[in-house]
Ligand binder design. Structure first.
Ligand code: DAH
Length: 330
């Protein structure tokens, strides 16, 4: 028995210990063969014999457990050491990151307006009905609310469907004149080649004394902006409708893929729609208690700009997190 104990104690690996375990404790092992001898022991000695054997077995089991635990933690220790990351290790492998094209495009847009003295404003992504709809001349049950597939929160809040509510927040917090943009994420229940439930917009708003800004100013700044973004393109303003502006327009550029000749991207129209804009509706100024002012506003989708600038065919690619997309932007 002493020899068995020694054998177990001297095991140097879990593998060796397992072999010993089978040899000693296994069905056909040393202990089993000792127990088998019980049948040849005279009845009067059976009890003492069995008891002695059981004691030895428990003792060996304790020795075994001890050795097992020691070897097991040594193994884990070894594994931790071998798998540890050496942060001091020098590597000359180049692994440069890249700005995500949406962020890069957003930065470019922001740069343009900062240079023209616009401030950059921010607002919450979880909005309330007042800022997202009501104050923007979108009363409850107004059919124009259907234009936007809203995510509603349980407590009555909404995930903002556009960055226009930041107009309202800024006007409520500041006195005119206002000259601001509001970049940020917005949310709509939509998912296909050109729509994702989260995307980014940049909103713009200029408010001055009544009569100081007009549609010509809006046309001028947006035309210049689109030339800055897309280079030598034609720009056209098309009458449209938004509840918060009157009159409203949508802005197109001549298709940058076919130079206006007609292709698949522009649905053979020669034009790409890139912006919404207009003269701020008096009802919006009423909602924020602004008097004797006039202003213009505009809104654009950043992903749409990024897709056009970089010829990205599917909007969803921008959100799949595939490193191969980013690698192309180094
Ligand atoms: N909020 C509009 C949208 O999400 C975009 C927009 C259009 C904003 C016209 C404006 C505007 O400020 O005047 O589709």
């Amino acid at each position: 028995m002493k020899k068995l104990e020694e054998k177990i104690s001297q095991a140097i690996s879990l593998e060796e210990l397992e072999k010993i375990r089978i040899e000693v404790f296994g069905k056909k092992g040393i202990l089993a063969s000792k127990f088998a001898m019980l049948k040849d022991v005279p009845p009067s000695e059976k009890r003492a014999f069995a008891q002695g054997l059981n004691n030895k077995k428990s003792h060996l089991q304790r020795v075994y457990d001890e050795v097992y635990n020691r070897l097991k933690s040594e193994e884990i220790e070894k594994l931790l050491k071998s798998e540890a990351i050496d942060v001091s290790l020098y590597s000359n492998l180049e692994t440069k990151g890249a700005l995500h094209p949406v962020i890069e495009t957003m930065d470019r847009i922001i740069d343009y307006f900062i240079a023209l003295n616009f401030s950059v404003e921010d607002g919450p992504k979880i909005e309330d009905d007042f800022h997202n709809f009501e104050a923007l001349n979108l009363p409850k049950n107004h059919p124009a609310r259907d234009m936007q597939d809203t995510f509603f929160c349980r407590d009555g809040g909404v995930l903002r469907t556009h960055t226009s509510p930041v107009q309202i927040r800024t006007m409520l917090a500041q006195k005119p004149p206002i000259r601001m943009i509001a970049p940020g994420a917005v949310f709509r229940k939509d998912y296909d080649l050109t729509h994702t439930p989260m995307f980014h917009q940049v909103e713009g708003l200029v408010v001055q004394k009544k009569g100081e800004v007009n549609f010509a100013n809006l046309k001028s700044i947006l035309s210049d902006f689109l030339h800055y973004m897309f280079g030598d393109v034609e720009v056209r303003f098309r009458p449209s409708f938004f509840p918060f502006t009157e009159p409203s327009a949508e802005v197109d550029i001549s298709c940058i893929f076919c130079k206006g000749n007609g292709c698949r991207v522009c649905s053979h129209t020669g034009w790409l729609e890139v912006l919404g804009c207009g003269i701020v509706d008096p009802n919006v100024f009423d909602a924020v208690n602004y008097k004797d002012v006039s202003g213009y506003a505009f809104g654009l989708g950043v992903e749409r700009f990024a897709m056009l600038l970089h010829k990205i065919p599917d909007l969803r690619m921008l959100f799949e997190g595939d490193i191969r997309l980013l690698e192309q932007f180094r």
